[in-house]
Design a binder for this molecule. Structure first.
Ligand SMILES: Cc1cc2nc3c(=O)[nH]c(=O)nc-3n(C[C@H](O)[C@H](O)[C@H](O)COP(=O)(O)O)c2cc1C
Length: 328
C-alpha cells in the first residue's frame, strides 16, 4: 500500500495534487468537489491588487502595464465588483467550514499597498497559507535586473513580517539569472516557490490586425519549462517547490516530483477534462509507485534533480548539437 502523503509549506497533504488558483477555486461547492475527487489541497482564486484598491479608475492608469484588451478590462472590472475583499474573506471562512483539505489563499500583487492589511485579514479568516502571486513586468528600459528583483524582495520581506501562516511565492521565469534569483527568494523565509505562473499572452489576429488573447489553457509540452528549472534548484533552495504549468496527467506529475517538486498544481487539465482528472492522476501515480516499488513520495522525490543525478548534463544543454548535425 503506497503512501501518497507529503509535507508542503509545513502543512500535511494527503497527496501532492493541488488545485491551482483560478476560477476553479472561487466557490466552496467547486472546492468540495475537488476534495471529493481526492485533491490534496487547493489554492483559492487570487484576490487581485486592483480589487484590494477597489478603485476601478486606478486600473485604467495601469492600462499600459497590463496592455489589457477591452474584454480583459471588462473582466477585471466585473471581477472587481463581484469579488470584494469581504467576499474573499467569506470564501475563506466558507471553505474552511465545509472542506477539510488545506486551503491556501492567494494575493496577486505588484506593488506594496493595502494588501498588507488584507494579508492579515486572510490569516484571521483561517486560510492555511498564503500564496503571493507576484509578477512585475520587466518591461522598463531604465530598470536593471537587480532593481527589478529588489521589488520582489521587498514584497516578500514585508509579507513575512505581517503574517505567521506559511507563505509561498508564485512567480514567472523572466529573471536574468533565474537560478540565483530563486535561491535568493528562498532565503527570505518563504515556505515554498510555485514555479511557474502562466501569464496572459497577447496574440495578433492576422485578419483583423487586432490584439487578442493567445491560448488561455496550457499544453502538456509546457511541463518541460518548470521541469528544467525545478531540477536545477532542487536541494539548493531553502523551501519547498510546487510545480505549475503544463501538468496534465500522471506522468507529468511524476516527472515534476522526480525533478524535486514537493507538490504539483493543476489548472488547465481540470478546466479541459473536469474534476475527475484528479482521481485518474492519483491512480496513475499510485500504479507507477507500485510498479517501481516506491512506498512513499520521499523515496523518489528529487531523484532526477541536478544535485542527485549522476549525469545531469542534459539539464544544462541548450543547443541541439547532436540533433542538428544529424539532420539533413
Ligand atoms: C482561467 C485561468 C485563471 C487563472 N487565475 C489565476 C489566479 O487568479 N491566480 C493565479 O495565481 N493563477 C491563476 N491562473 C494560473 C494557474 O493557477 C496556473 O498557474 C497556470 O494556468 C499554469 O497551470 P496549468 O498549466 O495547469 O494551467 C489562472 C489560469 C487560468 C487558465
Amino acid at each position: 500500500m503506497v503512501d501518497l502523503s507529503t509535507s508542503y509549506m509545513g502543512l500535511t497533504l494527503k497527496n501532492p495534487i493541488i488545485v491551482g488558483s483560478s476560477g476553479l477555486t472561487n466557490s466552496p461547492d467547486k472546492i468540495k468537489e475537488f476534495e471529493e475527487k481526492g485533491a490534496g489541497a487547493v489554492v483559492l482564486k487570487s484576490i487581485f491588487e486592483e480589487q484590494i484598491r477597489f478603485d476601478i479608475h486606478k486600473t485604467l492608469e495601469f492600462e499600459d502595464t497590463y496592455n489589457l484588451s477591452q474584454e480583459a478590462f471588462d473582466y477585471v472590472k466585473s471581477t472587481m465588483k463581484d469579488n470584494s475583499v469581504s467576499h474573499y474573506m467569506n470564501l475563506i471562512r466558507e471553505v474552511k467550514k465545509n472542506v477539510s483539505i488545506p486551503a491556501i489563499a492567494s494575493i496577486n500583487c505588484f506593488t506594496m499597498s493595502e494588501w498588507i492589511s488584507i494579508a492579515k485579514d486572510i490569516e484571521k479568516a483561517g486560510a492555511d497559507g498564503l500564496e503571493l502571486n507576484v509578477f512585475i513586468m520587466p518591461g522598463k528600459l531604465d530598470i536593471s535586473g537587480a532593481e527589478h528583483e529588489k521589488m520582489y524582495f521587498e514584497i516578500i520581506e514585508n509579507i513575512k513580517k505581517t503574517v505567521k501562516i506559511p507563505v509561498a511565492l508564485k512567480t514567472g521565469y523572466y529573471f536574468s539569472n533565474i537560478v540565483h534569483t530563486l535561491k535568493q527568494f528562498s532565503w527570505r523565509g518563504i515556505q515554498a516557490l510555485v514555479l511557474f505562473n502562466r501569464f496572459f499572452t497577447p496574440d495578433i489576429n492576422l485578419e483583423t490586425m487586432k490584439l487578442q488573447v493567445a491560448n488561455v489553457f496550457s499544453k502538456p509540452e509546457e511541463q518541460y519549462i518548470p521541469l528544467r528549472w525545478i531540477a536545477m534548484i532542487a536541494g539548493d533552495v531553502r523551501c519547498d517547490i510546487s510545480a505549475s504549468t503544463g501538468i496534465h496527467d500522471a506522468p507529468a506529475v511524476i516527472r515534476q516530483l522526480l525533478a524535486g517538486a514537493t507538490t504539483t498544481q493543476l489548472c488547465s487539465t481540470l478546466y479541459l477534462h473536469g474534476a475527475d482528472q484528479i482521481r485518474i492522476i492519483l491512480e496513475g501515480l499510485t500504479q507507477w509507485m507500485e510498479a517501481h516499488k516506491f512506498n512513499q513520495i520521499s523515496a523518489f522525490r528529487g531523484k532526477m534533480s541536478v544535485k542527485a543525478h549522476e549525469n545531469p548534463v542534459l539539464y544544462h544543454r541548450v543547443q541541439y548539437l547532436k540533433h542538428l548535425s544529424g539532420m539533413e
